[in-house]
Write a protein that binds this ligand. Sequence first.
Ligand code: ADP
Ligand code: MG
Length: 250
Amino acid sequence: MADATAPSPAQARVVPDPTAGPAIVQPVVELRGVRKSYHPGTPIETEVLHGIDLDLQRGEFCAVMGPSGSGKSTLLNIVGLLDRPSAGTLSVCGEETTRLDDHALTKLRGHSIGFVFQYHHLIGAFTALENVMMPLLGAAGFPNDAMRERAAALLDSVGLRPWQNNLAIHLSGGQQQRVALARALAMNPALLLADEPTGNLDTKSADAVFELLRQFNREHGTAVLFVTHNAALAKRCDRTIQVVDGSITG
Ligand code: ADP
Ligand code: MG
């Protein structure tokens, strides 16, 4: 007969282990001493990032500001595993990336990171729905109903469900950027990298795209690095870092 005083397996799972230490909350992004040089070992070698230290926590929405040419895009490309640092270490979702090969980086990027750029990079001859399905297709290789439903729900969340079957080239700039945002969020990434996503938009569309980013960040705990020249939008982020001449100055 079962011992009535013993906890059921379900109860046992919720009883905290008094011998366990505090839960370790790992940052989504952790950079230590990251440097980036272009043309290393040649007479035109240029170091554009000079030892960056940066932590981004789960759910944190961080603005990145600084003059043109200061290294903001280089920093985002490195954090996004599109480029490798010349020195230093970079962890993404607890995984130290500098020792990973290209295949492992591609896999980690596909599962953990969404991108939105100044230009939307949609495929004009595909519909809004097909564009949003692209990252989902990467995993399975062919479309299925679950992917279509997920893409339609994402388009709904950015207010574009009625336009889901429109070709991307037939959408306005603001609508195209909202499709790009839905595509970036398709895999529910832990990290969203947004490099001047509102830079090409009128004030109203910029505000709408920013609000959608903020909403997704709050609802899903997505960490966001948001490059912008717009001080009013930066003020609405959790914090702002300034990149000046390849260093974080504040
Ligand atoms: P930001 O995004 O802040 O405008 P970038 O990160 O694009 O700045 O550029 C930082 C510096 O790195 C600039 O001086 C730029 O000219 C240089 N740079 C960027 N990409 C390359 C490259 N592929 N080769 C050489 N220099 C580069
Ligand atoms: Mg840039």
